[in-house]
Design a protein around this ligand. Structure first.
Ligand SMILES: Nc1ncnc2c1ncn2[C@@H]1O[C@H](COP(=O)(O)OP(=O)(O)OP(=O)(O)O)[C@@H](O)[C@H]1O
Length: 317
């Protein structure tokens, strides 16, 4: 497993840490989650993995809806399973959850506020509806909402008791690009406000756009954890592709071909494309080789830094 320390969390007076220690969950013979340990603090984290990787099972254990078969999930040291005090500090927006279409968003969120036995459920419902920017539509029936608005109504219900931790299972599913953007902004603002936000996705560009910090699950196991660009960089045995521009591409190409860390060089009209097996060795070597040849490097860009390439590498591995 690849672990990279996360960037410093935003300063907050009331932040929470969700911790998993050796958590497994099986259904009969199916091992859905296998010995996962991680720690989540304030800010937005993406939980990435293909269908069936165990993301939903993991989120349900985090939220206290499902008991781990082994290991422990804790929120600030308290187990989430069978712990009403923890449920009050945690919200879950699950993937497939129908909402009564005859209710207005306000009524729906208010009902959840009452379930939580909040002292002023009306004020809490108004605040949550406001937070997801549904105030203008709050008195319309949910049946008349777009998919994105319905999803925001569900997020409002999950936020009505002002939880420190919000877990969302595939929150962008079925949304159009505008709705997606709106939801991404909402998650960012919740994370910036010091909440611990974890959202699952099987789509790489979604996670890439919302969060630089990822937990990658493959076949029930945590395959990588931390900043995705750093994860990518640490995978030294996979070829890295760089686009290079210099004062003399031809001369640099000849010099690079003699280097053991370089596995391929292409000379194009706009510069060089270089393949290297070891990111660190290559980036340390390049300036020395260029200097020895009297060549100045104008540009060095890693070409395959997308989460897609990280993910396919992990799945293949
Ligand atoms: N109630 C259950 N009974 C038996 N097997 C289950 C149950 N729930 C999940 N599984 C199995 O556990 C594994 C992980 O499923 P899970 O739904 O957690 O993955 P996921 O990453 O959320 O996938 P998806 O995005 O498709 O929902 C899968 O093999 C699934 O078939």
């Amino acid at each position: 497993m690849t672990t990279i320390s996360n960037p410093a969390p935003p300063t907050t007076t009331n932040s929470s840490t969700l911790a998993l220690a050796g958590v497994s969950r099986w259904y009969g013979n199916v091992v859905a989650v296998n010995d996962v340990s991680m720690s989540l603090g304030p800010g937005v984290t993406g939980l990435l993995g293909p269908n069936g990787a165990g993301k939903t099972t993991l989120l349900h254990m985090m939220a206290g809806f499902l008991a781990p078969s082994r290991g422990a999930v804790t929120l600030d040291g308290q187990p989430t399973w069978r712990s009403p005090a923890v449920y009050r500090r945690l919200g879950l927006v699950s993937e497939r959850e129908a909402v009564h279409s005859f209710l207005t968003a306000y009524e729906f969120v208010l009902a959840t506020a009452k379930l939580h036995k909040l002292p002023d459920p009306q004020a809490a419902a108004r605040r949550a509806v406001d937070l997801v920017e549904l105030a203008d539509a709050q008195d319309r029936r949910i049946g008349t909402y777009s998919k994105g608005m319905r999803q925001r109504a569900r997020v409002a219900a999950a936020l009505v008791h002002d939880p420190q931790v919000l877990l969302l299972d595939e929150p962008f599913n079925g949304m159009d690009p505008r709705q997606r953007l709106h939801m991404m902004e909402l998650l960012h603002s919740l994370g910036d406000a010091g909440r611990t936000i974890l959202f699952s996705s099987h789509i790489l560009e979604e996670v890439e756009q919302v969060s630089g910090t990822v937990q990658v699950m493959v076949a029930g196991r945590l395959a990588a954890s931390g900043d995705y660009r750093t994860i990518r960089r640490l995978m030294t045995n996979r070829p890295h592709v760089f686009a290079i521009r210099s004062t003399d591409d031809r001369s640099l190409a000849v010099a690079l071909m003699a280097e053991p860390s370089v596995t391929g060089v292409e000379l194009g009209r706009t510069g060089l494309t270089v393949r290297a097996g070891d990111y660190g060795a290559f980036t340390r070597m390049l300036p020395k080789v260029a200097l020895a040849r009297g060549v100045r490097v104008h540009q060095l860009l890693p070409e395959d830094e997308s989460l897609e390439s990280v993910f396919s590498y992990l799945v293949e591995a």
